[in-house]
Design a protein around this ligand. Structure first.
Ligand SMILES: Nc1ncnc2c1ncn2[C@@H]1O[C@H](COP(=O)(O)OP(=O)(O)O)[C@@H](O)[C@H]1O
Ligand SMILES: [Mg+2]
Length: 318
Protein backbone atom coordinates (compact mmCIF):
# COMPACT_ATOMS: atom_id res chain seq x y z
CA UNK A 1 0.00 0.00 0.00
CA UNK A 2 1.26 3.48 -0.71
CA UNK A 3 2.38 5.74 2.11
CA UNK A 4 0.31 8.70 1.01
CA UNK A 5 -2.96 8.47 -0.90
CA UNK A 6 -4.68 11.56 -2.22
CA UNK A 7 -8.12 11.03 -3.72
CA UNK A 8 -10.34 13.60 -5.44
CA UNK A 9 -8.90 16.51 -3.52
CA UNK A 10 -10.38 19.89 -4.46
CA UNK A 11 -9.50 23.37 -3.28
CA UNK A 12 -12.15 26.04 -3.67
CA UNK A 13 -11.74 29.80 -3.45
CA UNK A 14 -14.65 32.00 -2.56
CA UNK A 15 -14.33 35.34 -4.29
CA UNK A 16 -17.04 37.81 -3.27
CA UNK A 17 -19.60 35.06 -2.70
CA UNK A 18 -18.70 33.11 -5.83
CA UNK A 19 -16.92 29.73 -5.68
CA UNK A 20 -14.01 29.10 -8.02
CA UNK A 21 -12.35 25.67 -8.17
CA UNK A 22 -8.58 26.13 -7.99
CA UNK A 23 -7.76 22.42 -7.65
CA UNK A 24 -10.22 20.00 -9.23
CA UNK A 25 -10.40 16.42 -7.90
CA UNK A 26 -6.69 15.67 -7.85
CA UNK A 27 -5.65 12.08 -7.06
CA UNK A 28 -2.22 10.51 -6.70
CA UNK A 29 -0.25 8.01 -4.61
CA UNK A 30 3.19 8.34 -3.09
CA UNK A 31 5.18 5.25 -2.09
CA UNK A 32 7.84 5.10 0.62
CA UNK A 33 11.08 6.53 -0.78
CA UNK A 34 9.39 7.79 -3.94
CA UNK A 35 10.06 11.24 -5.34
CA UNK A 36 7.04 12.57 -7.22
CA UNK A 37 7.44 15.65 -9.38
CA UNK A 38 4.37 17.87 -9.55
CA UNK A 39 4.85 20.03 -12.64
CA UNK A 40 2.89 22.60 -14.60
CA UNK A 41 2.95 26.24 -15.58
CA UNK A 42 2.75 28.94 -12.94
CA UNK A 43 -0.83 29.24 -11.66
CA UNK A 44 -1.78 25.63 -12.50
CA UNK A 45 -2.56 24.83 -8.85
CA UNK A 46 0.55 22.94 -7.71
CA UNK A 47 1.00 24.91 -4.50
CA UNK A 48 -2.74 24.90 -3.69
CA UNK A 49 -2.98 21.14 -4.21
CA UNK A 50 -0.16 20.50 -1.71
CA UNK A 51 -1.33 23.13 0.75
CA UNK A 52 -4.80 21.62 0.49
CA UNK A 53 -3.51 18.19 1.32
CA UNK A 54 -1.82 19.44 4.48
CA UNK A 55 -4.67 21.92 5.06
CA UNK A 56 -2.34 24.88 5.31
CA UNK A 57 -4.20 27.22 2.98
CA UNK A 58 -2.72 30.72 2.85
CA UNK A 59 -5.97 32.68 2.91
CA UNK A 60 -9.34 32.37 4.73
CA UNK A 61 -11.32 32.44 1.46
CA UNK A 62 -9.83 29.06 0.53
CA UNK A 63 -11.16 25.65 1.55
CA UNK A 64 -10.61 21.96 0.89
CA UNK A 65 -13.60 20.14 -0.54
CA UNK A 66 -14.41 16.42 -0.57
CA UNK A 67 -11.90 13.73 -1.28
CA UNK A 68 -9.63 11.78 1.03
CA UNK A 69 -6.03 12.12 2.16
CA UNK A 70 -4.52 9.09 3.90
CA UNK A 71 -1.02 9.04 5.37
CA UNK A 72 0.14 5.59 6.50
CA UNK A 73 -3.54 4.61 6.72
CA UNK A 74 -4.58 7.64 8.80
CA UNK A 75 -7.34 9.81 7.34
CA UNK A 76 -5.95 13.35 7.53
CA UNK A 77 -9.17 15.08 6.52
CA UNK A 78 -10.87 13.60 9.60
CA UNK A 79 -8.34 15.22 11.97
CA UNK A 80 -9.15 18.43 13.83
CA UNK A 81 -6.79 21.40 13.59
CA UNK A 82 -4.69 20.32 16.61
CA UNK A 83 -4.30 16.81 15.21
CA UNK A 84 -3.41 18.19 11.81
CA UNK A 85 -0.83 20.55 13.31
CA UNK A 86 0.87 17.56 14.97
CA UNK A 87 1.00 15.72 11.63
CA UNK A 88 2.32 18.82 9.83
CA UNK A 89 5.33 19.41 12.03
CA UNK A 90 5.76 15.63 12.40
CA UNK A 91 5.15 13.01 9.70
CA UNK A 92 4.68 15.68 7.03
CA UNK A 93 7.33 18.33 6.49
CA UNK A 94 7.27 21.22 4.07
CA UNK A 95 9.97 23.43 2.60
CA UNK A 96 9.41 26.48 0.45
CA UNK A 97 10.95 28.47 -2.35
CA UNK A 98 11.84 31.33 -0.08
CA UNK A 99 13.48 30.16 3.17
CA UNK A 100 13.78 33.71 4.50
CA UNK A 101 10.04 34.01 4.97
CA UNK A 102 9.82 30.68 6.80
CA UNK A 103 12.80 30.86 9.13
CA UNK A 104 12.42 33.02 12.21
CA UNK A 105 14.96 35.85 11.81
CA UNK A 106 15.18 36.37 15.60
CA UNK A 107 15.89 32.77 16.49
CA UNK A 108 19.19 30.95 16.18
CA UNK A 109 19.20 28.27 13.44
CA UNK A 110 19.99 25.56 15.97
CA UNK A 111 17.07 26.52 18.20
CA UNK A 112 14.67 26.37 15.26
CA UNK A 113 15.81 22.84 14.45
CA UNK A 114 15.90 21.79 18.12
CA UNK A 115 12.34 23.00 18.68
CA UNK A 116 10.98 20.32 16.35
CA UNK A 117 13.25 17.66 17.79
CA UNK A 118 12.07 18.41 21.33
CA UNK A 119 8.44 18.58 20.34
CA UNK A 120 8.32 15.45 18.21
CA UNK A 121 10.96 13.24 19.76
CA UNK A 122 10.64 14.36 23.37
CA UNK A 123 14.37 15.05 23.58
CA UNK A 124 15.93 17.16 26.35
CA UNK A 125 17.31 20.62 25.53
CA UNK A 126 20.88 19.32 25.48
CA UNK A 127 20.07 16.24 23.39
CA UNK A 128 18.06 18.35 20.93
CA UNK A 129 20.99 20.75 20.44
CA UNK A 130 23.32 17.81 19.81
CA UNK A 131 20.85 16.37 17.29
CA UNK A 132 20.44 19.78 15.64
CA UNK A 133 24.20 19.86 15.04
CA UNK A 134 23.97 16.36 13.59
CA UNK A 135 21.11 17.36 11.25
CA UNK A 136 23.04 20.46 10.13
CA UNK A 137 25.96 18.14 9.31
CA UNK A 138 23.62 15.86 7.35
CA UNK A 139 22.37 18.71 5.19
CA UNK A 140 25.94 19.72 4.42
CA UNK A 141 26.47 22.82 6.56
CA UNK A 142 30.20 23.20 7.15
CA UNK A 143 31.39 23.58 10.76
CA UNK A 144 27.93 22.80 12.24
CA UNK A 145 29.24 23.07 15.85
CA UNK A 146 29.71 26.80 15.30
CA UNK A 147 26.95 27.38 12.76
CA UNK A 148 24.26 26.01 15.07
CA UNK A 149 24.34 29.32 16.97
CA UNK A 150 24.06 31.54 13.88
CA UNK A 151 20.98 33.55 12.95
CA UNK A 152 19.41 33.09 9.48
CA UNK A 153 20.89 36.35 8.16
CA UNK A 154 24.37 34.95 8.77
CA UNK A 155 23.70 32.19 6.21
CA UNK A 156 23.91 32.49 2.41
CA UNK A 157 20.78 31.76 0.30
CA UNK A 158 21.82 28.17 -0.38
CA UNK A 159 22.69 27.61 3.29
CA UNK A 160 19.34 29.04 4.38
CA UNK A 161 17.62 26.53 2.09
CA UNK A 162 19.70 23.76 3.71
CA UNK A 163 18.77 25.15 7.13
CA UNK A 164 15.07 25.03 6.24
CA UNK A 165 15.48 21.41 5.14
CA UNK A 166 17.22 20.79 8.49
CA UNK A 167 14.28 22.33 10.39
CA UNK A 168 11.89 20.03 8.48
CA UNK A 169 14.12 16.98 9.12
CA UNK A 170 14.27 17.76 12.84
CA UNK A 171 10.64 16.63 13.01
CA UNK A 172 11.65 13.34 11.38
CA UNK A 173 9.02 13.43 8.61
CA UNK A 174 8.02 10.50 6.40
CA UNK A 175 6.93 12.81 3.62
CA UNK A 176 8.56 16.07 2.60
CA UNK A 177 6.70 18.52 0.39
CA UNK A 178 9.22 20.72 -1.37
CA UNK A 179 7.59 23.71 -3.10
CA UNK A 180 9.98 25.03 -5.77
CA UNK A 181 12.87 24.48 -3.34
CA UNK A 182 15.55 25.49 -5.82
CA UNK A 183 13.82 28.09 -7.98
CA UNK A 184 15.44 31.06 -6.22
CA UNK A 185 18.94 29.55 -6.25
CA UNK A 186 21.68 29.72 -8.85
CA UNK A 187 22.34 26.61 -10.95
CA UNK A 188 25.27 25.27 -8.91
CA UNK A 189 23.52 25.59 -5.55
CA UNK A 190 20.33 24.22 -7.13
CA UNK A 191 22.20 21.06 -8.16
CA UNK A 192 23.62 20.71 -4.63
CA UNK A 193 20.20 20.99 -3.00
CA UNK A 194 18.68 18.46 -5.42
CA UNK A 195 21.55 16.07 -4.68
CA UNK A 196 20.91 16.55 -0.96
CA UNK A 197 17.22 15.67 -1.37
CA UNK A 198 18.14 12.51 -3.32
CA UNK A 199 20.61 11.58 -0.59
CA UNK A 200 17.97 12.04 2.11
CA UNK A 201 15.62 9.80 0.18
CA UNK A 202 18.35 7.15 -0.03
CA UNK A 203 19.51 7.35 3.60
CA UNK A 204 16.19 7.99 5.36
CA UNK A 205 13.70 6.48 2.94
CA UNK A 206 12.08 9.91 2.82
CA UNK A 207 9.21 10.31 0.33
CA UNK A 208 9.19 13.65 -1.45
CA UNK A 209 6.65 15.65 -3.42
CA UNK A 210 8.71 18.05 -5.48
CA UNK A 211 6.73 20.97 -6.84
CA UNK A 212 8.41 22.62 -9.79
CA UNK A 213 7.70 24.35 -13.09
CA UNK A 214 11.05 23.04 -14.34
CA UNK A 215 11.00 19.69 -16.19
CA UNK A 216 14.80 19.65 -16.02
CA UNK A 217 14.62 19.43 -12.21
CA UNK A 218 12.10 16.61 -12.52
CA UNK A 219 14.22 14.71 -15.02
CA UNK A 220 17.20 14.87 -12.65
CA UNK A 221 15.40 14.00 -9.45
CA UNK A 222 12.03 12.31 -9.66
CA UNK A 223 10.76 8.74 -9.98
CA UNK A 224 7.32 9.72 -11.14
CA UNK A 225 5.66 12.80 -12.56
CA UNK A 226 2.21 14.33 -12.26
CA UNK A 227 1.40 17.13 -14.68
CA UNK A 228 -1.12 19.82 -13.71
CA UNK A 229 -3.01 22.09 -16.05
CA UNK A 230 -5.58 24.68 -14.95
CA UNK A 231 -6.25 22.94 -11.62
CA UNK A 232 -6.45 19.39 -12.95
CA UNK A 233 -4.00 16.52 -13.29
CA UNK A 234 -3.70 15.82 -16.99
CA UNK A 235 -1.05 13.10 -16.94
CA UNK A 236 0.61 10.94 -14.29
CA UNK A 237 3.13 8.15 -14.61
CA UNK A 238 6.70 7.02 -14.13
CA UNK A 239 9.30 9.57 -15.16
CA UNK A 240 10.66 7.27 -17.79
CA UNK A 241 7.32 6.51 -19.44
CA UNK A 242 6.14 10.08 -19.27
CA UNK A 243 9.26 11.75 -20.66
CA UNK A 244 9.93 9.10 -23.31
CA UNK A 245 6.34 8.67 -24.37
CA UNK A 246 4.08 11.52 -23.25
CA UNK A 247 0.42 10.77 -23.86
CA UNK A 248 -1.10 14.20 -23.23
CA UNK A 249 -0.46 16.90 -25.86
CA UNK A 250 0.21 19.36 -23.01
CA UNK A 251 2.95 17.13 -21.57
CA UNK A 252 4.43 16.75 -25.05
CA UNK A 253 4.36 20.54 -25.42
CA UNK A 254 6.14 21.04 -22.09
CA UNK A 255 8.86 18.57 -23.10
CA UNK A 256 9.30 20.30 -26.47
CA UNK A 257 9.84 23.59 -24.64
CA UNK A 258 12.83 22.28 -22.69
CA UNK A 259 16.13 23.95 -23.66
CA UNK A 260 17.69 20.57 -24.58
CA UNK A 261 15.04 20.16 -27.27
CA UNK A 262 15.43 23.56 -28.84
CA UNK A 263 18.51 22.51 -30.86
CA UNK A 264 20.93 24.91 -29.24
CA UNK A 265 18.90 28.05 -29.80
CA UNK A 266 18.98 30.45 -26.90
CA UNK A 267 15.35 31.30 -27.48
CA UNK A 268 13.11 29.13 -25.35
CA UNK A 269 10.01 27.84 -27.10
CA UNK A 270 6.73 28.12 -25.26
CA UNK A 271 3.34 26.58 -25.88
CA UNK A 272 1.32 29.12 -27.84
CA UNK A 273 -1.50 30.81 -25.94
CA UNK A 274 -2.32 31.17 -22.24
CA UNK A 275 -3.92 28.85 -19.71
CA UNK A 276 -7.63 29.64 -19.23
CA UNK A 277 -8.90 31.78 -16.37
CA UNK A 278 -10.36 29.52 -13.69
CA UNK A 279 -13.61 31.51 -13.63
CA UNK A 280 -13.98 31.33 -17.41
CA UNK A 281 -13.07 27.76 -18.31
CA UNK A 282 -13.74 26.50 -21.83
CA UNK A 283 -16.27 23.67 -22.14
CA UNK A 284 -14.74 20.20 -22.42
CA UNK A 285 -10.98 19.80 -21.99
CA UNK A 286 -9.33 22.83 -20.39
CA UNK A 287 -6.40 22.55 -22.75
CA UNK A 288 -8.52 22.50 -25.92
CA UNK A 289 -7.98 26.17 -26.92
CA UNK A 290 -4.21 25.54 -27.05
CA UNK A 291 -4.17 21.93 -28.15
CA UNK A 292 -2.67 21.22 -31.56
CA UNK A 293 -4.83 18.08 -31.93
CA UNK A 294 -8.38 18.98 -30.94
CA UNK A 295 -10.92 16.29 -31.74
CA UNK A 296 -14.71 16.26 -31.70
CA UNK A 297 -15.12 15.36 -28.01
CA UNK A 298 -12.53 17.84 -26.72
CA UNK A 299 -14.73 20.92 -26.81
CA UNK A 300 -17.69 19.11 -25.24
CA UNK A 301 -16.65 16.54 -22.63
CA UNK A 302 -14.16 16.99 -19.79
CA UNK A 303 -11.69 14.09 -20.13
CA UNK A 304 -11.05 11.89 -17.09
CA UNK A 305 -8.32 9.31 -16.52
CA UNK A 306 -5.66 8.43 -13.96
CA UNK A 307 -2.80 7.88 -16.40
CA UNK A 308 -3.86 10.48 -18.95
CA UNK A 309 -6.90 12.74 -19.08
CA UNK A 310 -7.20 13.16 -22.85
CA UNK A 311 -9.80 11.94 -25.35
CA UNK A 312 -7.17 11.31 -28.00
CA UNK A 313 -3.89 10.45 -26.27
CA UNK A 314 -0.79 10.61 -28.41
CA UNK A 315 0.11 7.38 -30.11
CA UNK A 316 -3.46 6.24 -30.06
CA UNK A 317 -4.80 8.69 -32.62
CA UNK A 318 -7.82 7.60 -34.62
N1 LIG B 1 -6.67 33.51 -2.09
C1 LIG B 1 -6.96 33.19 -3.36
N2 LIG B 1 -8.21 33.35 -3.86
C2 LIG B 1 -8.49 33.02 -5.12
N3 LIG B 1 -7.61 32.48 -5.98
C3 LIG B 1 -6.35 32.29 -5.55
C4 LIG B 1 -5.95 32.62 -4.21
N4 LIG B 1 -4.64 32.32 -4.08
C5 LIG B 1 -4.24 31.81 -5.28
N5 LIG B 1 -5.25 31.79 -6.17
C6 LIG B 1 -5.22 31.24 -7.55
O1 LIG B 1 -5.05 29.84 -7.46
C7 LIG B 1 -4.47 29.34 -8.67
C8 LIG B 1 -3.43 28.31 -8.34
O2 LIG B 1 -2.32 28.94 -7.72
P1 LIG B 1 -1.03 28.14 -7.22
O3 LIG B 1 -1.43 26.87 -6.58
O4 LIG B 1 -0.22 29.09 -6.41
O5 LIG B 1 -0.30 27.83 -8.63
P2 LIG B 1 1.17 27.23 -8.86
O6 LIG B 1 1.74 26.82 -7.55
O7 LIG B 1 0.95 26.07 -9.81
O8 LIG B 1 1.93 28.33 -9.53
C9 LIG B 1 -3.96 30.55 -9.41
O9 LIG B 1 -4.83 30.79 -10.49
C10 LIG B 1 -4.05 31.68 -8.39
O10 LIG B 1 -4.31 32.90 -9.01
MG1 LIG C 1 3.43 27.55 -6.59
Amino acid sequence: MSLLQVRDLSVIANNAGRDITLVDRVSFDLAEGEILGLVGESGSGKTMACRGLIRLLPSPNLRVQGGAVRLAGQDLLALDEAGMRAVRGGQLGMIFQNPSSHLDPLMRIGEQIAEGIRLHQGASKKEARQQAIEVLRQVGIPDPQARVDNYPHEFSGGMRQRAMIAVALGCNPQVLIADEPTTALDVTVQAQILRLLLELRDTRGLSIIMITHDLGVVAQTCDSIAVMYAGRLCEHGSKYALLANPQHPYTAGLIDCQPAHSSGHALLRTIAGQPPLLDALPPGCRFNPRCPQVGALCTEVLPEGARVACHYPLGERP
